[in-house]
Design a protein around this ligand. Structure first.
Ligand code: ATP
Length: 291
């Protein structure tokens, strides 16, 4: 279901990091055009063939991404099957990297204002609304999966631009410990039974990601011991409410322990559009209290 890329046309460059089962590299893809060769900057997500179930799930993620086209979704060029059953997902290279790191790095530098964060949140909601319309569950939404194509500039009013990355290996094949690591982004129903992964799970994760974005890329809960994280879900706890009441209400609606009560993305976009950043900027203490 995806475009196959000849491994010979790919050159591996510097390492960009790693995912749960993958090594990620910057790379170059060479193609033959009508008037000669041309080169494209790409990202190579390499999964070695030793994780069999995971490879299948990884290819499934690639297959889903290749059927989609949206300005706020990362573009998948195709998949390349390398030596030793290596699978390589070839994606567009997104210059400013993952949002969680960007927020941490640029907090307090005047680059990341409240309205900047709100624009990012809306763009993410548009991407998820597109998936919801197509009845496709992403299953791994967090600020780490949001990549920044354009930084934007608060002074000149040019907005940032984000792209949601592929979900990687599905929660339905991940070991329980890995799901626990994903608290509070993973929906509670998926933790009890990964087969419950469905559209409402993305709404929960979107709520957690909103919280993360507005707290500057921090998520203190994710640093707790596994048992403490499990206790959090088992006791139906909530992340501390941000002081911006309207934002807090939105997050609480997404992070409802009953999946059927979470709002659709169309409604979430409408609510995000009605948030007025000046209300937030009037508050003296902007960050939510720590968990
Ligand atoms: P997991 O299965 O653990 O969720 P993954 O294998 O799908 O992860 P990612 O989390 O998507 O991997 O990527 C890991 C890191 O690689 C990112 O945090 C980012 O730094 C870098 N990266 C991934 N994709 C891109 C891209 N398209 N452009 C630029 N950097 C990227």
């Amino acid at each position: 279901m995806f475009h196959k890329i000849d491994p010979q046309s790919l050159t591996r460059g510097e390492s960009l990091g790693q995912g749960s089962f993958t090594q990620i590299y910057k790379g170059i893809k060479k193609d033959q055009g009508e008037d000669g060769h041309y080169q494209t900057e790409v990202v190579l997500k390499v999964m070695d063939g030793s994780h069999r179930n995971c490879s299948e799930s990884f290819l499934e993620a690639a297959s889903i991404m290749s059927q989609l086209s949206h300005k706020h979704l990362v573009l998948l060029h195709g998949v390349s099957l390398g030596k030793d059953s290596e699978c390589i997902m070839v994606q567009e290279y997104v210059r400013y990297g993952p949002l969680d790191l960007y927020l941490k790095k640029n907090q307090g530098e005047g680059k990341v204002t409240t309205s900047w964060k709100l624009q990012v949140a809306k763009q993410l909601a548009y991407a998820l609304n597109y998936l919801e319309d197509k009845k496709i569950t992403h299953g791994n939404v967090s600020a780490k999966k949001v990549l920044l194509t354009r930084e934007g500039d608060a002074a000149s009013g040019s907005p940032p631009f984000i792209k949601l990355n592929d979900p990687g290996v599905s929660v339905s094949v991940l070991a329980k410990e890995m799901l626990v690591e994903r608290i509070p982004w993973v929906a509670p129903e998926c933790l009890s039974d990964p087969r419950s992964l469905a559209l409402p799970a993305d709404k929960w994760s979107f709520g957690a990601t909103l919280w993360e974005i507005f707290s500057g890329g921090n998520m203190p809960l994710s640093l707790l011991e596994p048992q403490k994280k499990l206790d959090f879900y088992q006791s139906n706890l909530q992340l501390p409410a941000p002081k911006w009441t309207e934002l807090a209400t939105l997050i609480a609606q997404c992070m409802d322990y009953q999946p059927g009560r979470r709002p659709c993305f169309r409604a979430l976009i409408r609510d995000l559009n009605s948030l007025i950043t000046s209300d937030y900027e009037l508050l003296s203490d902007l960050s939510p209290t720590e968990v």
